[in-house]
Each structure stands twice: as C-alpha cells, then as structure tokens.
Design a protein around this ligand. Structure first.
Ligand code: 6GU
Length: 286
C-alpha cells in the first residue's frame, strides 16, 4: 500500500530525534497558534525555537499572519511545544503534510493539545471579538475524502477507526470556562460548533445559511485535520475560535464581507486576552 495520505512512522521518529537532541525540553502540552494569535509564543520562557525551514519534511507557511516555527519552552510552569503558525489545505498542502507537526508533537509525548484559530461567526448572536470554545466540529474535508487518517493505518500511531465523541474534551472545556470567568472574560466567551471548509475563498451567503442550518456556529479553514490526528493518538483537545467577523447570510450588504485584513486586526485586539486565557489554562492542566 502506498502511503499517500497517512504518516510514515520512521519520518516522525527521525524528526523527533532531531528535536530531542537539540533541546532538553520534554513537552507534555502542545499549542497551535492560529491567524494573528502567535503572540502566545512571546510569553514562553526558556524558549528554544526551531524554524520550520530547519525541518525539511515540514510544510512551510505561505500566509501573512502565520509565523513558521516550533517553540519549545515553559509556559505557566508546564513544558510546552507550540506551533507559531500552521499550514492549510488551501496553500496546496495535503492533509498529511498539514498534520505532520501534530504527529511529531504526539510522538514528543504531549498528552493535551490546545488548538486556536480565527473564524467567521455563522451564529448571528456572536460578536466580533468573541472567543468560542470548540464543543464539536463539522469537518467538510474529511466527510468528502480528505482525512489525514486515510490510507494504510499504522497501529503505532493509533486505531484504524477512532471515535470522535468527546473529541473536544469536556473536562478541559470546563477548566476553560472557569478560567474565563475568573479573568472576567465571560461577556465575550461562547461555546459552539466549528466548521472547516478548505478555502481559500470565504463562504458564499447560501453556504453560510446551509452550514448554520446544520448546526455550525463558526466557520474557518483549519484545525479539524489537526484534531483528527490528535484524537487518533488519544491526545485530549481543547479548542478556541476567535470570531473575527460575522458571516453575511443575506444579499446587498457587501460592505460587511469577510477579508483577511479584518481577521488579522481582530486577532491583534484580542490576542492579549487569548494569551492570558491560554497561559492560565495551561497552568491548571495536569
Ligand atoms: Cl468568514 N470564513 C472562513 N472560512 N474562515 C475565516 C473566516 C470566515 N473569518 C476568519 N477566518
């Protein structure tokens, strides 16, 4: 069987060996920084950076707002490995390439993965700047054949047919809600379903209405593939979507259409809050 999609165990092992030879850090928590949310990396202590260019098998970010490096270090007393910048299917990478860093984080030994992204609010009750705890997802790519788990299954990674019930760990979500409350963030916290489409075009109004009708609260172009790989390896997942714009469900209001600049600007405004929220949560994770 040719490994068109799934990962090669030997490649993952080789990358991990290189990383572990370069740093003394042994991370137990992974964090993926979404569009405009790379500020999280700034507060990591005893930092050891590895630019993606130095890992020849890694996909390289091609989008403004996405740095491209692994950051290992200490956050709130916990050893973490952070992806400052991720890649997306719309850049032309395969689901396998996009999720290789998650396989590597899993093999480094993380037990928890915190994923973040910028997203559009399909739920019209949401406001720009809200932070949505991901309760579940709709993975349009996987439903239509683009799963990072497609292909020969290497049992050393995980089972052939992983379940996605509790994909977003309810006890971690509880910690997130309690922490948000302590920080006085409750007025802009939401909890909902994230849907990923491949992009790069934003959704049409009819697509937005369709996706909202079937239960999606937020829409983006990332994250769900990473979550599949993490769950395949029994890693607990906590996810946050920063709502950077509210999706337009109607016609004649093109002033409000989604644009990447807006996504980055909202990221900047709320990135400080996201930074504080995530670092506080990391401090509470066992
Ligand atoms: Cl409105 N749609 C998608 N697909 N991704 C986004 C977004 C919208 N806003 C930020 N990222």
């Amino acid at each position: 069987v040719k490994y068109d999609y799934s990962h090669d165990y030997d490649v993952v092992e080789e990358i991990c060996e290189m990383i572990l030879n370069r740093t003394k850090h042994r991370p137990t928590i992974g964090v993926i920084c979404g569009s405009g949310l790379s500020a999280l990396g700034d507060i990591v202590e005893e930092k050891y950076d590895i630019p993606y260019e130095q890992i020849k098998q890694f996909p390289k970010s091609t989008v403004p707002g996405h740095a491209g490096k692994l950051v290992l270090g200490v956050l709130s007393g916990k050893t973490v490995v952070m992806m400052q910048g991720r890649t997306h299917l719309y850049e032309g990478y395969s689901v396998g390439q996009v999720t290789l860093p998650v396989r590597v984080m899993a093999h480094l030994g993380i037990k928890t993965l915190i994923v973040t992204n910028a997203a559009g609010g399909l739920n019209q009750k949401y406001n720009v700047g809200d932070i949505m705890i991901m309760k579940d997802h709709i993975n349009l790519a996987a439903l239509t054949g683009e799963s990072p788990l497609r292909g020969a299954n290497d049992e050393r990674f995980g089972p052939r047919f992983p379940a996605l019930s509790n994909a977003y760990d309810s006890s971690l979500a509880k910690i997130a809600k309690a922490t948000a409350q302590e920080l006085g963030y409750s007025s802009f916290m939401q909890e909902g379903v994230y849907c990923a489409q491949v992009g790069p075009a934003f959704e049409s109004p009819a697509e937005c209405r369709f996706l909202h009708l079937v239960g999606a609260d937020a829409i983006g172009m990332s994250t769900v593939h990473e979550v599949l790989v993490a769950r395949h390896s029994q890693i607990r997942v906590l996810g946050f979507s920063l709502i950077t714009n509210i999706s337009v469900l109607d016609y004649g209001d093109d002033v409000l259409h989604a644009n990447h600049q807006e996504v980055l600007e909202t990221g900047k405004v709320r990135s400080e809050d996201m930074k504080i929220l995530v670092s506080n949560i990391v401090g509470k994770i066992e």
